[in-house]
Design a protein around this ligand. Structure first.
Ligand code: UDP
Length: 248
């Protein structure tokens, strides 16, 4: 039986579950046991800032079956806003944990996205690390709508239990929400740059940076929303009647 939904917190109005890594993995197992389509999103400050501007992405996070707090930035914001989040659940680590469990349980994985050849190499890394891991397909493809029929055909043929999609946020999450009603894959999760890390295309940020909620220096350009995120969190907490529960 799937256990109850974990507590929902609101970071600047955006939904995120208060789950630990172990609990997230149990949810995944429960989704697989229940069958039917599920979606997992890995929420970080960029997600929150984007969701506040983009109603379609906001809705995807509202409807996702599991929204994990991807990093320290979310936990810090949660503390300030009285929305406690117990543990960081980084997307790439959840993906690794799912792969480890998949090797034991026989869950069938499909890796979709990233540059040509990267998903294959990411799959090789996972297979080496978790012998017997059933990877039933890898494909770069693209999130362009005209490619969807071919991708859907591949997925229907491969019949994965778990689909990882690496098209970057929010595209990957919008893509999953758009096609899951057709696909009915028990677990589909957007994983951003995770295939690049696993394939060794880019190293992960050093541990101290990850713990500080930071990522690779070369991504800082895209992380320019961070100061704004911090400012909005402080404003929501200390500004005019802010509760942190408002949108927009
Ligand atoms: N990507 C892709 N197709 C696209 C856009 C992006 O396959 O049209 C891939 C890209 O190669 C990378 C991942 O999506 O592997 C995006 O990773 P990024 O680190 O930009 O995403 P984030 O972690 O910020 O969501």
């Amino acid at each position: 039986m799937p256990r109850a939904e974990p507590p929902v917190r609101r970071i600047l109005g955006v939904r995120v579950h208060d789950v630990t890594m172990a609990e997230a993995l149990e949810r995944v197992a429960a989704f697989l046991a229940a069958g039917g389509p599920h979606q997992i999103c890995t929420v970080n400050p960029e997600f929150v800032m984007h969701a506040r501007r983009d109603p379609a992405f906001f809705q995807v996070l509202e409807q996702a079956d599991l929204t994990v707090p991807d990093g320290g930035g979310l936990l810090g914001a949660g503390r300030v806003l009285g929305q406690p989040l117990r543990e960081r659940v980084p997307g790439v680590e959840l993906m690794e944990a799912i792969a480890a469990r998949a090797a034991q349980e026989g869950w069938r994985l499909f890796l979709l996205g990233a540059a040509p050849g990267v998903a294959e190499r990411a799959a090789e890394t996972l297979r080496r690390r978790y012998p017997g891991l059933p990877v039933v397909g890898t494909f770069a493809g693209s999130p362009r709508p005209e490619e969807a029929p071919a991708i859907l055909a591949r997925l229907r043929q491969a019949r994965p239990d778990v689909l990882f999609v690496a098209y970057g946020a929010p595209r990957q999450d919008l893509w999953i929400a758009r096609y899951q009603p057709d696909l009915q894959i028990p677990v589909a999760m957007g994983v951003g740059g995770a295939f690049d890390f696993l394939a060794g295309v880019v190293p992960r940020a050093p541990r101290w940076m990850r713990e500080a909620g930071l990522r690779q220096p070369w991504r800082w350009r895209r992380m320019r929303v961070l100061p704004r995120f911090v400012l909005d969190v402080l404003r929501a907490r200390y500004g005019r009647g802010g509760t942190g529960a408002r949108v927009g």
